[in-house]
Design a protein around this ligand. Structure first.
Ligand SMILES: [Fe+2]
Ligand SMILES: [Fe+2]
Length: 403
């Protein structure tokens, strides 16, 4: 069973790499080998032809400052386990919940709960400090890790953003999907619902990301085929959000809909050709390829027919989105010449040193999680490394060498 899954995944990755290469007229070299090294990924540019090392070693990333307690909650706050992106700092503000602002030690839990779905809190470093917005909040300098940004995320300064949810229908969870609930406890069903809500919210945010890509392509005079493909991809993401949230609703037994996503309007669109190109490397060439490969592996291991069908369709769509990303990169290089090619080269280099962190695991036995579409973090990380080895980096290298 396991080997069959791996064989199918290997075929998926090879098909994807060759499909993109054929679309762009590129010649692929042998895979680049990544060697997992804690939370970093080291690129060994020697062509070994091994198809990639496992790279699933546990993290040994060192942190500065005081690391707070690990947290996990039903709101999606994830455990900071050192496998996220390199830490970043910002000012986090929480409501004043007492007579005065809590100390930085006391504020840890409230700050952790206030973070977005893909961030975890490493430390509360300084505070309380005055609220610069004048709204009387309690503010602290904090250090966070951003995790799980795969697919085409809607990226803000501190990481991907997603909408909050509410128990409403509005079409987002009315697909007729019936995963097998037999033998699942209430807690297990809720854990699976949360897993699919998380995916559904990222798919929902990807709608905005593709709408913004379409605007950027129009602004920079792209071909009709690229503008059309960006709009079609946005509709794919609407479908992915609907399918994911419908599965979540089936596990929970109640409808689920995203609320507003104001960041869709406020974040900058790729204003310059360099912005568009670099953003496309991160969000598209890497993000969509990793999403496609992970969905394919999840589909292979999912024994639930409804879940497997959803993931198989998502994997195929995400592969098409990855191809679109490489086509957009080819357009930006053709339009902007050497400066864009150099920026793209640098962006691939940086991507090689920062493997996105896999999604958090639901608190379930591994075989139950896998049956319902979720692989263990170690397996997901190995899938990401294979995707980078065999698809992203060979294509990136071929693209810039052909320019
Ligand atoms: Fe998607
Ligand atoms: Fe996508």
């Amino acid at each position: 069973m396991y080997h069959a899954a791996m064989d199918a995944s290997l075929i998926f990755r090879r098909t994807l790499a060759h499909r993109v290469a054929a679309a762009l007229g590129l010649t692929l070299a042998a895979p680049i080998t990544f060697v997992g090294c804690g939370a970093k990924v080291v690129v060994d540019t020697e062509d070994t032809g091994t198809g990639g090392a496992g790279g699933t070693s546990s993290s040994d990333v060192s942190s500065s400052g005081t690391t707070g307690p690990a947290t996990s909650s039903s709101t999606g706050t994830t455990v900071c386990d050192g496998t996220g992106q390199p830490p970043s700092s910002f000012l986090a503000c929480i409501p004043d919940i007492g007579e005065s602002c809590p100390s930085k030690e006391e504020a840890y839990g409230a700050v952790a709960e206030s973070l977005d779905i893909c961030s975890c809190l490493r430390s509360v470093d300084v505070g309380p400090k005055p609220d610069p917005s004048g709204n009387g909040l309690c503010c602290y300098d904090v250090t966070i890790e951003t995790t799980c940004a795969i697919g085409r995320p809607l990226l803000a300064e501190n990481g991907p953003v997603v909408a909050p949810i509410e128990a409403a229908q509005r079409g987002w969870s009315e697909e007729a999907l019936a995963p097998n609930l037999e033998g699942l406890s209430i807690e297990a069903r809720e854990a699976l619902a949360e897993r699919w809500i998380r995916d559904g919210l990222f798919e929902h945010a990807s709608v905005a990301a593709f709408s913004r890509l379409a605007l950027a392509l129009l602004a920079h005079g792209a071909d009709e085929s690229l503008v059309r493909a960006a709009h079609e991809a946005a509709l794919d993401e609407v479908r992915h959000a609907r399918l994911s949230l419908s599965l979540a609703a089936a596990y929970r037994g109640a409808p689920i809909a995203p609320r507003g996503l104001p960041e869709a309007l406020s974040l900058p669109v790729g204003e310059s050709l360099v912005d568009l190109a670099v953003g496309t490397v991160i969000e598209g060439a890497v993000g969509e390829t990793l999403a496609a490969v992970l969905a394919a592996e999840q589909a292979e291991r999912a024994s639930d027919p409804a879940v497997r069908r959803v993931l198989t369709g998502i994997a195929e769509d995400e592969a098409r989105h990855a191809e679109l990303a490489f086509r957009v990169l080819a357009f930006t290089i053709a339009a902007g010449g050497a400066p864009i090619r150099d920026a793209v080269t640098q962006a691939f280099r940086e991507a090689a040193s920062r493997l996105p962190s896999p999604p958090p695991e639901p608190p379930l036995p591994a075989e139950v999680a896998a049956a319902h579409g979720h692989v263990a973090r170690g397996d997901a990380r190995a899938a990401f490394i294979r995707a980078m080895d065999e698809v992203v980096m060979p294509l990136g290298r071929a693209l810039v060498e052909a320019a």
